[in-house]
Design a protein around this ligand. Sequence first.
Ligand code: CO
Length: 133
Amino acid sequence: MKKIEHIGIAVSDIEKSNLIFSKIFGGNCYKSEVVESEGVLTSFFQIGENKIELVSSTNDRSAIHKYLQKNKEGIHHIAFAVEDIFSEMGRLKKEGIRLLNENPKRGADNKLICFLHPKDTNGVLIELCQEIK
Ligand code: CO
């Protein structure tokens, strides 16, 4: 893994949260994007070299909707940039870490993504992401 790519925060009202985080970071999000396949609406903030992703649900089948029924809003996942998501997924599988999807999915911000099973990661939801070239 190369570095932390972003930290994901689950929010229920993204308009409201965009305002809160704009005040905190001293600037607006640089991108808002719907990921239809995941049923999520995201917005991205750049803070120096780091990124924060706000994630909300667009329908009640989305994983974020289910998450927010059981948990409060707040830090949801840590995403790590990888050079080759296929080889990283293979390496982790060999280590006995379950993946939430067998093949990489298309995520927000021009990335191929894969989530690791939180039961195999000490309860931390980890996302791998590889830039789509
Ligand atoms: Co993410």
